[in-house]
Design a protein around this ligand. Structure first.
Ligand code: SF4
Ligand code: SF4
Length: 157
């Protein structure tokens, strides 16, 4: 799910270094890998559906027909559809970055979701796009080059 904005950018390496020293888990900011948006299908309320439909200039049921999963039969909610790349609103922006195309009106479930070094999706994103592992005690592990690359990425944001 699209992720909160990265907080204090440029802190990755320093924090990773401190974490390694203190034994504290690394406080992973969202790196916008988009993995969570590919593994979890988001359920939304009718009010959210209306808000997103309005944002996209569509009538609610037209929007539901286009963007919600027809296999979902709970009349009190909708399930956002997935295609081969995950959530239909996920856009691959560049090699390692994905963005939500409805970020301003993204569902509450997406707003509430926060990155974390112990979350499987975030760990997957670290590994897949940054060649970094998170140890069981939540510390980043990888080559100096990979850590520097991530640090540079976070500094730019
Ligand atoms: S609505 Fe946006 S943030 Fe939520 S799962 Fe889809 S792409 Fe991710
Ligand atoms: S999997 Fe984690 S790091 Fe990747 S976009 Fe989702 S919250 Fe952000």
């Amino acid at each position: 799910m699209e992720p909160d904005r990265v907080r204090d950018t440029g802190e990755a390496l320093r924090a990773a270094g401190e974490a390694a020293t203190t034994g504290e888990p690394f406080d992973l900011p969202c790196i916008r890998c988009g993995v969570c948006c590919t593994v979890y299908q988001v359920r939304i309320s009718p009010a959210e559906a209306m808000a997103i439909a309005e944002h996209m200039g569509l009538e609610r049921w037209d929007w539901v027909g286009r963007y919600c999963d027809p296999r979902w039969h709970d009349t009190r909610s909708h399930l956002i559809r997935h295609d081969d790349g995950g959530c239909v609103f996920l856009n691959r922006f560049s090699g390692e970055v994905s963005l939500c195309s409805i970020y301003e009106v993204r569902p509450e479930a997406c707003r509430d979701w926060a990155a974390g070094v112990f979350k499987p999706a975030c760990r997957d994103g670290l590994k897949r796009f940054w060649q970094l592992e998170a140890s069981e005690d939540g510390q980043l592990q990888g080559s100096a080059e990979s850590l520097a690359r991530l640090d540079a990425f976070l500094r730019l944001r």
